[in-house]
Write a new protein. Sequence first.
Length: 179
Amino acid sequence: MEKILNSPFNSSACTKIIIHGWVDSISLTGWTQELKENFLDLYDDNIILLDLFPYPSYSQFATNTRVLAAQITQLIRFIEKAYGYPPEKFYLLGHSFGAHTAGYIGERIPNIGRITGMDPAGPLFQYTDKVVKLESTDAPFVDNIHTNPGFTIFDGLGTFEDTGHVDFWPDNALSRGCP
């Protein structure tokens, strides 16, 4: 929490929190850094990158998403209290397990501004009860981008379900030229 207090946090700007998924890190693939830079080129927002590395097995990471959500909720509550910051100004972006983690945060914090799920994890989440996964009830606006759906971790890691207010399926979630 000390890092937040010592950062150039702008309480009048929106805050985007980026949560990566399984087998990822903010330093391994670089997409989180690139997304952060793209946002900062367009907006004067606060950006928080969360690094959940090292990662456990798929099933253990799935189990950990609720614990991660509780910890991130504490961070958000701290920011709300320290700066008088409203939950509507938070925008959560989660990839894979990060999408469901964002959903659990939305369950805990009513009126979190927005959640974007980037290929929300499918195995162990899809076709389960709404409380188990990212759903449109988790924020006033939930949108999802689906690119890699599958039933098991061997045929795709994303979900086949439409669970947002808006769900995008670029190219019908087919990755052309990929095995």
